[in-house]
Ligand binder design. Structure first.
Ligand code: ATP
Ligand code: CA
Ligand code: CA
Length: 432
């Protein structure tokens, strides 16, 4: 229990916050799921419900470990969205409310958002800025309609929008969304592409220290990489991207990116164990011990991670029991999933490369358009103004949504070609 007035370590706050988030989700999602399904009304898009949790509980809410307030937004809309995205209601609850939650994603992004993975790695909770929250509520109907018309959308799949607040704490808004990356496959390289070049370079020297880092546009170009899709898949992919981008242009959204995780089928899963031993985080549950502030949400040092990975690998080889802390982070080997219904997630949870004759290729892409709640508003206009003084407009990332989208489409389309086509083009340009 948080004692008001005591200085609470920041790590500790995260732990309590995560516990409160999960408790709130469990309560509000079960509450909505318990009712008979019905058609949506306009009012459903504006709906919000506030709940108070405390250690004693009351006629409405069960008792919880901490005092906090929880707000649930548009529960019926998100229930329908979860259905559209073919989530199993019971499964969703189990994933998000089991005793443990796995948390990672290195240091939070520039935006200050925090990311939490569900224990089974299927869902991501992202804390969002109040402006993003307001904006999502505003565009919810457009998003909902788009998803109904485009169940194969590449846009982030939103499953819930909530807010949590502890006494005297600030309001924390968050969304639950799909994790694009699979629990059961190594991602050998990750790229976050915007179609811009300014500042879109991850320092290659850093890659040694952090081999899993997310690379950017310039790193992609430097490697002369392509999204290797044969004609059938390329057409479908580009067409869907165009539709998704069109929606974002209409809604004046920008700053989104195409997140691409590449699984190299030849390399396979050798390194898988390592990634799965990172951090385990226990927000409550009977067996969980009270948090020790300094142990929570702490990023293990490189040495620790390497040591644990070694231990785990050893213990697998020698059949020694795996320490508890690590077992709890073991990932499923198979993808059981609803994902196969969706074109871009149907090859082992992703989208497998193809050759010119549509024969399957050597890589699986786990991809989608992320970070799509930034409205072209004040902040971006300011960035445009400041950066615009030094750089030519075509290169900066904060250009107006219309052009941002066009540039995005142009870039992604430009790098989508088969190995064969890329080689041919290279040979041709050598002749010129
Ligand atoms: P910024 O505004 O500075 O770009 P942000 O806090 O809004 O940062 P995002 O751009 O949404 O963060 O995501 C940051 C990183 O988190 C991505 O580059 C990617 O590595 C990871 N990530 C985000 N969303 C997902 C997702 N749905 N699936 C898998 N990984 C994700
Ligand atoms: Ca981003
Ligand atoms: Ca962002």
């Amino acid at each position: 229990r948080v004692v008001v007035g005591t200085k609470v370590d920041q790590n500790h706050v995260n732990w309590v916050t995560a516990y409160n988030m999960l408790t709130g989700i469990r309560f509000t999602v079960s509450r909505t799921n318990a009712k008979m399904d019905r058609e949506l009304t306009d009012a459903d898009f504006d709906a919000k419900h506030k709940f108070s949790f405390d250690i004693t509980g009351n006629e409405l809410t069960p008792s919880a470990k901490y005092d906090f307030k929880f707000k649930d937004y548009a529960p019926w809309v998100f229930r329908h969205l979860r259905t559209t995205f073919k989530l199993d209601p019971a499964d969703y609850l189990v994933s998000l409310t089991s005793k443990y939650i796995l948390s990672e994603l290195g240091s939070p992004g520039k935006s200050g958002s925090f990311f939490y993975f569900s224990r089974d790695y299927k869902y991501i909770i992202k804390t969002i800025h109040h402006a993003e929250h307001k904006f999502l509520r505003k565009i919810l109907k457009d998003y909902y309609n788009h998803v109904q018309d485009n169940p194969n959308t590449l846009l982030s799949q939103f499953y819930g929008l909530h807010r949590v607040k502890i006494p005297y704490g600030r309001k924390i808004h968050f969304v639950v969304m799909n994790n694009l990356f699979p629990p059961h496959r190594d991602i050998h390289r990750t790229f976050d592409l915007k179609g811009s070049t300014i500042g879109r370079d991850f320092r290659e020297e850093e890659l040694e220290k952090n081999p899993r880092a997310t690379l950017k546009d310039l790193n992609w170009l430097r490697r002369d990489l392509h999204l290797e899709l044969g004609p059938t898949k390329k057409d479908a992919f580009i067409e869907q991207m165009r539709k998704d981008v069109k929606l974002m242009q209409k809604l004046h959204i920008m700053d989104y990116s195409m997140l691409i995780g590449i699984h190299d089928l030849e390399k396979g899963n050798e390194e898988n164990l390592r990634e799965k031993t990172l951090k385990v985080f226990q927000p409550g549950g009977e067996a969980a011990e009270e948090p020790q502030p300094n142990q929570l949400m702490r990023t293990p040092s490189k040495l620790e991670t390497a040591r644990k990975a070694r231990e785990l690998r050893q213990s697998v080889k020698t059949q020694k029991p795996v320490p508890m802390e690590q077992t709890s982070a073991r990932m499923p080997d198979e993808l059981e999933d609803s994902k196969k219904h969706f074109y871009f997630y149907s090859d082992d949870g992703g989208f497998q490369a193809t050759h010119e004759d549509d024969r399957p290729g050597e890589e699986i892409y786990y991809l989608g358009i992320i970070d799509c709640l930034t409205h072209y508003s004040l902040i971006k206009r300011m960035e445009h103004f400041f950066k615009g003084l030094a750089n030519t407009e075509s290169q900066i990332s904060a250009i107006p949504p219309e052009r941002y989208g066009d540039r995005f489409i142009k870039f992604i389309t430009g790098v989508t070609k088969t190995k064969e086509a890329a080689e041919r083009e290279k040979a041709e340009s050598a002749l010129d």
